[in-house]
Design a protein around this ligand. Structure first.
Ligand code: URA
Length: 248
């Protein structure tokens, strides 16, 4: 059976209004539980068991909130439908009944960590710049960026007339032609990593997101997913450095 939840929280999650506004609606007598008008705060209800009405219209019980980490393969789109008929990421979530949506986007040819949830509030906090959730990417780039170029990218460069926020970069390995870089940013502008490297003359050859905050893929295979728990969610908001900063 579902756990009891405060009436105003239930209304907020069902998308009726913010919690504070929902309290106002309750106080003004617009909310009924099993046919009885409730005007006091603190009323607990059991979703799915009791019928809740707002302005005499039934409010459908919320879904269970769910958080998923998927290792997105290349060739999948992160939109929920695709007019061109390309495969969509949610088709990989076998056995998940909830209607989840991706938190942010990854390009068609980018692989790696993609969070999906039906929790709009959490998605907003991850995407909102004020929370500064860091995302770590592994980017294989053409050539070998010099220490000076790395510092330039770290301090921020102009992209579409707006300076990028401070970033952290490190060289992971290099061969004759390409260099594998780790780059950690907290903004989420469209194609940001590719544009940053392109701007300094080192176009990205392949890109993979390794982590949100300290939440890493941890050996999750490509195309596989796992359901996250509270301690995983905490890791997303932890800004502790994932790797020591040491450049050539
Ligand atoms: N930056 C990019 O350029 N592409 C992505 O998919 C994610 C970040």
């Amino acid at each position: 059976m579902e756990k009891p939840v405060r009436l105003q929280k239930f209304l907020a999650r069902a998308g009726i209004a913010s919690r504070r506004k929902a309290e106002e609606y309750i106080a003004s007598g617009r909310v009924k539980v099993d046919g009885k008008t409730i005007t006091t705060m603190g009323e607990q209800i059991i979703p799915g068991k009791q019928k809740i009405f707002f302005d005499d219209k039934e409010v459908v019980a919320e879904e269970q909130l769910i958080y998923i980490l998927l290792n997105k393969p290349k060739g999948y789109v992160t939109t929920l439908s695709d007019p061109q008929g390309r495969p969509i990421v949610t088709s990989l979530l076998q056995g998940i009944k909830e209607r989840v949506f991706p938190v942010g986007r990854l390009d068609l040819d980018t692989e790696g960590a993609l969070l999906l949830t039906n929790d709009g509030e959490l998605a907003q906090s991850i995407l909102h710049p004020s929370y500064e959730v860091f995302k770590t990417y592994e980017a294989e780039v053409k050539g070998c960026p010099s220490s000076k170029t790395i510092r330039t990218l770290e301090r921020g460069i102009l992209l579409e007339n707006k300076k990028t926020a401070p970033a952290t970069l490190r060289i992971k390995r290099k061969d004759k032609r390409n260099t594998v870089m780790l780059i950690r940013i907290h903004e989420g502008r469209k194609r940001q990593v590719k544009k940053m490297f392109e701007a300094v003359g080192h176009p990205v050859q392949s890109l993979k997101r390794l982590a949100y905050g300290r939440l890493e893929l941890d050996g999750l295979g490509i195309g596989k997913f796992r359901i996250l728990h509270q301690n995983d969610i905490k890791k997303i908001f932890s800004n502790k450095i994932l790797y020591k900063q040491k450049n050539n």
